[in-house]
Design a binder for this molecule. Sequence first.
Ligand code: FMN
Length: 524
Amino acid sequence: MLTSHNPLTSSPKPSISFDSEGIREKLANLEQPCYVYVKNNQIGLSHEPNADILPRSMINALSPQQLGDRAFCDFHGLDYAYGAGAMAGGIASEDLVISLGKAGFLASFGAAGLVPQRVEKAIHTIQEALPNGRYAFNLIHSPSEEALERGSVELYLKYGVRTVEASAYLDLTPHIVRYRASGLHLNSQGDIETQNKIIAKISRTEVAQKFLKPAPPKLLKALVEQGQITALQATLAEKVPLADDITVEADSGGHTDNRSLVCLLPSIIALRNEIQQQYQYERSIRVGAAGGISTPESALAAFMMGASYIITGSVNHACIEAGTSEHTKQLLAQAAMADVVMAPCADMFEMGVKVQLLKRGSLFPMRAQKLYDLYQTYEGIDAIPTEVRQTIEKQIFQKPLEAVWQETLAYFQERDPEQIERANNNPKRKMALIFRWYLGLSSRWATSGQPQRTMDYQIWCGPAMGSFNDWVRGTYLEFSENRQVVDVATHIMRGAAYLYRLQSLKLQGVNLPSPYHFYRPTPL
Ligand code: FMN
């Protein structure tokens, strides 16, 4: 049915397009409705109803701002129900957060792994550029370095960071409860105002439950006793959920449980409904989706499954604004969907926790696994056979393990001396800290673009990266130097709205040929 022949040339009806270019243009004009006409077995589209011919079907105008939950946008002051999740070490940089915020999207600064002074600097820069909000900071649970989480909350409270993206929680801590409760007050109408907003990212039902319910009375009581919140705030905290929004994170880049979004999202939505029924909150908690979203199709699927908003991650890592090296961005822009793998992570190395990252173009996944296997097998570095030790010193560390230990000591002396105390009489812990030297630095080599260490780059990314690369191949977004976060976000959302209208036509019995089912990004 794709044709450039216009069967109406004898009786011109210029507002109806029968040629493929015209049909495509009409479909892409999301701000206008489309009326479908059939004449001489040809399908034609018009933005206006035609008095002479009865339309076969029609689709309404649909702006990308209509996708998702309006309440999410209003609550966070956004135009789009779309956010960019935090990326550690400032990969989700000030630039990335500010660009998206100015364009009506939400982004979360990648505070994890950064020293407080660096985070403080980011707070100043972002607050100056976005005085009306539209930004978040990551609050990451760090079970092995509790001081970091406490310090982050103190910074956020001190500078009035009003939205955090809370992640990696397995259980609640006094710090996150303090952040939430100390922002609660009653307004002049007697309603509870939640000044400190929490978007909790979870991948398990049992963790979601903790954020969907009010903060535990025991933690609130302790905070009152310590003078960190008032008795009134503790009372108010028992009436509101701990989080305003729950991001359900499926198989993603970085830390992930590798769950499937189509399985996880319905379960958490059902849980939210159940808890809402039980607590009758005045404002229902919204559930968003993350993990694997990087194309119009995946975005639309998430919205159609009931997601109030979507969060992207991997796809932003290859963008101009990401705080990482050009080499890393190039590798990401060439990645295929199967070029990712799970490998041991630095922060929870001893627990055997893994992160999802790029395997193509780096030996990191194999080398990190080798270190984890050695950690499992031996009681300390002195127990490792000499030959094996020499090999890892040469290939992985590129220096003697003793020298690595000295650097590790210097690092923790400044940052967290308790780590050294715990390792002093414990050879296995000492071995873990030495191995973590490599795992910790390899992500920084990737962000700083250390030329001698390209084969050791640790680049977090999920299958969403390959999926995005497939979509944009042959368009201006194929090249990382053209990938601006706002362009990427806009095209994903516009593409989702575009595809929605095609699906809507299909449900009405008008199945346009497959080439129309492709939304092609063009420069904005
Ligand atoms: N999530 C966090 O909550 N904190 C982080 O520090 C963090 N670092 C990340 C670093 C990179 C490079 C990537 C790709 C993801 C990271 N994430 C982090 C997860 C993202 O915020 C987002 O939830 C996830 O990437 C979405 O899934 P996707 O990668 O499939 O798009």
